[in-house]
Design a protein. Sequence first.
Length: 161
Amino acid sequence: MIASQPGTGLNVLALTRFVKQVANRVRLRGNVNVLITSNREMRSLNRRFRGKDKATDVLSFPAVLDARQRESGDIAISLEMARENARLLGHTAQHELKILILHGLLHLAGYDHESDHGEMARKEQTLRKLLSLPEGLIARSTIPKNRSKKKSPVGPRSKAS
């Protein structure tokens, strides 16, 4: 389920289909809820769950495993950051939201780019190509600053457990 403020101009139906498609590809069996919200709310969530007092683009909250596996977890995304990143990188906000959703879903599936020696990065790259998405979050964060044509708008990835 996608939750977003009315009047954002987002194609919620397309994003919902995208979540289901990617969740199947990464073998998530339960429901995934996606909150598309403000920088202010993301800062609050990041402070509360990760102890970091700053806004971030995406947070993932894996569900506690239970026998029924009805929930895989929740993802929160800053619409403000998604729009700004899309503008700076030359693609649509809808594409940026899909990139953030993909990244969050991989975290829900158990991937962790901070400790998996590139496994999540390889999976993200494969899925990005398959889904015709622009450069993903992990790839952006590894571009050396002196080689990048544009200043990368994306900071460190976020994951909440």
